[in-house]
Structure formats: C-alpha cells, structure tokens
Design a protein around this ligand. Structure first.
Ligand SMILES: Cc1cc2nc3c(=O)[nH]c(=O)nc-3n(C[C@H](O)[C@H](O)[C@H](O)COP(=O)(O)OP(=O)(O)OC[C@H]3O[C@@H](n4cnc5c(N)ncnc54)[C@H](O)[C@@H]3O)c2cc1C
Length: 411
C-alpha cells in the first residue's frame, strides 16, 4: 500500500485540474500551456530555481518552431542571439554550410526563462515528491515535508529519475546501457583572434574513434562545445579528454584545428553517459508521463527537446481538453495520449535516430562502409550543386557573428 494512505490530505477544494511533478523543460511549458487555457495547475519541483545542469545547450530550428506554436519562443528566447547557418567540416576542410536557425543557451537558462513565463494562476510549489497514488478519479502527491496535493490528472515530468515512475507501477526497459558519452566544455581562441564561424559542426573521421561529431556554438560570448561519442567512461582516451581536452581532441580529430583554428579549453570538461530506455506498463488511470520520464533521447540525436515539445503540444492542446470535458480519468482517456500517432512517430524517430547515429558512426561492416560512402557522395553532390549556383559563397558571406548581448536570466 502507498505511504500516501497515512498522510495528512488537503480538503477537496484543493483539487487542481492537473498536478505536474517536475518543473524542468517539459513540466514548465506544460504548466504554462494548461494554465493559459484556463486549467488550474499545481507545479512541483525540488528546486526553486533550476540549477546548472549539462543538458541541451542549444535550440534548433524544429524546436524553435515547436516553441513558437506553443506561443513561447519570443518570451523564452528574448535577447538570445540566433545564428541562421551552420558550417560543417571533416578531414580538415569544410563540407557545406547548412541554412538552419539555432539559439545557443544553457539548459538552466532555458528552463528558468520558461519558469518566468508561468502565469500567476499556477500554484508553483518547491518541494521533493516522495510518494504518489493514482486512480481513475483523484491523484495524490506527497512531499517530503508532509504537504500533499491533489488533482484530477497527474503529469509525471520528472526526467531521468525512475523512483516516482516505479511508485506509479510503471516499468523501464533499458535498450542499451551507456549508449553514448557526451562531453561539454568551453573553447577559447588565442588572444586577439576569433573563431571563424558562430556555429560549427566537425564530424568524426574514423569508425574506430567512435566520435559522432563536435558541435561548437556561442552561448553569450563563450564558444561552447558539445562532443558526442560512443565511448566508455573507463577508457584512457576519456581520461585524457577530461585532463587534456585539446590534446585528446586533436589526437582523434587532427583536422579540427585546420578548420576552426587554434584553441584551448579554459575550464573543466563535463561528461555525461546516457542509457537508452523506454517505459512499459504505462497505461494507468490518472497519470501520464512526458519528456525524459517516458523515454530517453540520446544527446547525439539532438531530439530530446523535440520529443518533449511534441509530448506537451499533443497532451495539452489535444488530449487534456477532451479529458477534462467529462468526469473521471480512466485508463481509456490516458491511452489516447500514448496512442496519438504524432507522439508515437516522434518517439519512434528519436529511438531510430539514436540507433542509426551510433551504427553509422561506429560500425565497420561492409554494408555500413558502403552506406557511409553513399552519404558522403550525396553530400558532395549537394555541395557541388550549391557551389554552381553560387549558394555556398552566398551562405559563407552571410554567416554572421553573434551579437554581443547576453542571454536572459542566467541561472
Ligand atoms: C549531456 C546532454 C546533452 C543533451 N543535448 C541535447 C541536445 O543538444 N538537443 C536536445 O534536443 N536534447 C538534448 N538532450 C536531451 C534533453 O536535455 C532532455 O531530453 C530534456 O532536458 C528532458 O527534459 P525533461 O523536462 O523531460 O526533464 P528535466 O529537465 O530533467 O526535468 C525534470 C524535473 O523534475 C524534477 N524532479 C525530479 N524528481 C523530482 C521529485 N521527486 N520531486 C520534485 N521534483 C522532481 C527535477 O528537479 C527537474 O526539474 C541532452 C541531454 C544530455 C544529458
């Protein structure tokens, strides 16, 4: 039996339409969208201000369009510089310039910017949830300090942690442990010099290196790099990457310096391993999972934010309005969200991309070698066509350096 049975409970007038656990990216924007639609929302997170956290550090074009559809882009990205081209390089030379919009911003700044957009009607609660009980009529949430909150619907937006999902009877299946290893660090050019491009992607050179790509982009005035690999924590190269990052990088990506120019890594290197998992036994009355609580996204695939935006858009603009129109929160209502074609395709695409990127980066079979050659040929044909039409020079010329302004609300 749940510990909730013994806890002091609030009176029925405290019943919110929706209780959301987790005010990270997904929970916060879900609360905004629901509150703007007139629902009463209780949003609970253990941190009053989202702390520095190594997560998504830029917002791509698809993601900014998703935020825009939810009416949140301008508010969240106000004052954040946007670049509209990405320079792509490999083997020490430039391959192509892709036209695509990107905002560089730390994860904490993104989440805290979203939190500042929360309508005053949201009951914003700081505290650690230790227990939940769910059912077809009413959901209950117990905090470590003894407070409890009730709602018609419980949204679990609690991220990677598994404890609360387990309390709801939901299981997790690991698809692959330590699927990828991502590094984050700052890069600096020598004094008096600048990096040539505001957003730069350098692709891994050989399958045995197990390096997918390095993305370097400005956050404010600092060039930030995310290096996506399929390596292990315990390898000597990983240790070197933590202790002497510039040397470790140039050892495996010797052409990096030729395209980006000389650089040093001034501060500490952050590193994060990611398991791939999916939820199971999740069709339960009264409770839905969104974002990382439902399924992880490999950082190299860059789809975690895309997935959570899809979850929020479908849940909050399509399903919750239907569910709230009639009494009860039975499993047939909840199932409609998980059966949503748009959500299913978004989750499938993220899983597929995670597997594909790992395989295309590391597999050495004849089939994958041929596939890589085909992809390289297709890229070359694209670039040649762009050069012939003058597009490459045009794109190069329009690469703009970021404005000097900072980003909103550093955490
Ligand atoms: C290194 C790295 C790089 C990444 N890069 C990218 C990228 O480039 N592009 C991309 O799209 N995605 C990327 N991702 C994935 C993306 O960051 C995640 O998919 C996204 O942050 C998930 O957001 P969320 O709201 O689901 O979870 P979170 O942001 O983790 O929010 C969970 C919230 O729940 C709260 N919480 C948890 N348990 C409790 C409790 N018991 N009581 C109260 N509160 C609780 C936490 O405090 C937290 O605020 C990356 C991930 C990593 C790790």
């Amino acid at each position: 039996m749940s510990a909730m049975a013994n806890s002091a409970s609030s009176c029925p007038s405290d019943l919110a339409d929706v209780v959301i656990i987790g005010a990270g990216f997904s929970g916060t924007i879900a609360a905004i969208v629901l509150a703007r639609s007139g629902y009463s929302v209780s949003l609970i997170d253990r941190h009053k201000v989202y702390p520095p956290d190594f997560r998504a550090e830029h917002l791509d074009e698809v993601q900014s369009e998703g935020l825009s559809r939810l009416g949140l882009l301008d508010g969240m990205m106000a004052g954040v510089p946007c670049v509209d081209h990405v320079a792509c390089a490999r083997y020490g030379r430039f391959l192509e310039i892709k036209r695509t919009r990107n905002y560089g911003i730390t994860y904490a700044s993104m989440v805290n910017a979203a939190r500042r957009l929360l309508p005053a009607t949201v009951n914003n609660i700081t505290g650690r949830v230790v227990d939940i009980s769910t059912g077809p009529e009413e959901q209950r949430v117990l905090l470590a300090d003894g407070r409890s909150f009730h709602g018609r619907l419980l949204v679990l937006a609690s991220g990677l942690g598994y404890a609360l999902c387990r309390r709801a009877g939901i299981e997790r299946r690991i698809l692959r442990e330590a699927h990828s290893l991502t590094f984050g660090f700052d890069m600096m050019p020598p004094e008096g010099r600048e990096f040539p491009y505001p957003f730069y992607v350098y692709l891994g050179e050989r399958p045995q290196d197990r390096i997918d790509y390095l993305a370097a982009f400005y956050i404010g005035d600092t060039m930030r790099a995310n290096l996506f690999t399929y390596r292990d924590y315990r390898e000597p190269w990983t240790r070197q990457m933590l202790d002497q990052p510039a040397e470790a990088l140039l050892r495996l990506l010797p052409g990096l310096g030729r395209t980006l120019g000389p650089f040093r890594v001034p501060g500490a290197v952050q590193v994060r391993a990611m398991d791939l998992y999916v939820s199971e036994q999740y069709r339960r009355p009264g409770v839905v999972l969104i974002g990382d609580a439902f399924q992880t996204s490999c950082p190299a695939a860059g789809l975690g934010v895309t997935r959570l935006l899809t979850d929020v858009e479908r849940l909050c603009t399509v399903h919750v309005p239907r569910w709230m129109a009639t009494p009860g929160m039975g499993v047939e209502k909840i199932a409609a969200f998980y059966d949503d074609r748009v959500k299913q395709e978004s989750d499938r695409h993220a899983r597929h991309t995670a597997e594909y990127r790992r395989a295309v980066t590391t597999e050495i079979s004849l089939g994958w070698n041929l596939h890589r050659q085909r992809v390289a040929l297709q890229r070359r044909a694209r670039v040649t066509a762009a050069r012939m039409s003058g597009g490459m020079q045009d794109a190069m010329a329009r690469l703009v350096h970021r404005p000097a302004s900072g980003q909103p609300g550093a955490a």
